[in-house]
Design a protein around this ligand. Structure first.
Ligand SMILES: Nc1nc2c(c(=O)[nH]1)N=C([C@H](O)[C@H](O)COP(=O)(O)OP(=O)(O)OP(=O)(O)O)CN2
Ligand SMILES: [Zn+2]
Length: 125
């Protein structure tokens, strides 16, 4: 299995619903997003997928959230805007844009700060 990784980031505000502490108040993060794409096969050019395509499609999703108050953006108007839910959101949404044949998003890691992160994946990495 080849696993490619791209990293990007965005800034947004959120407040956690039903959170027993100061994270229930409005505050912001510079989120870092790592998208891992895997495949067992290479194409004729010896690549899985162009890094540029992964970056481009990830940025399409980032644009929806960048410089926004996440609690007002679908689906986080209903779904708590936790790192866990953001990781699954990127996994699903970037996957919808780039998954084809054996080439699939394998995992997404969201860094909320430089000290804490969540990884969402389905199946083996
Ligand atoms: N499992 C989760 N726990 C927490 C989440 C989350 O998304 N998933 N989110 C938060 C808050 O968003 C909070 O902003 C982050 O808090 P924290 O990690 O404590 O960050 P700090 O910079 O305030 O803490 P340091 O002690 O300076 O590292 C909380 N928990
Ligand atoms: Zn927070």
């Amino acid at each position: 299995m080849f696993v490619l990784k791209i990293v990007t980031d965005f800034a947004s505000a959120h407040s956690l619903r039903n959170y027993p502490g100061d994270c229930s108040r409005l505050h912001g993060h510079n989120w870092q997003v790592e998208v891992m794409v895997g495949s067992k096969e290479l194409n004729n050019n010896g690549i899985v997928i162009d890094f540029r395509d992964i970056k481009k499609q990830t940025k399409t999703v980032v644009k929806r959230l960048d410089h926004q108050y996440l609690n007002k953006i679908v689906p986080f108007d209903k779904l708590n805007p936790t790192s866990e839910n953001l990781a699954k959101y990127f996994f699903d949404e970037v996957g919808r844009l780039i998954n084809i044949n054996d080439v699939k998003v394998k995992a997404v890691t969201i860094w909320e700060t430089s000290r804490v992160s969540v990884t969402y994946s389905q199946g083996d990495l």
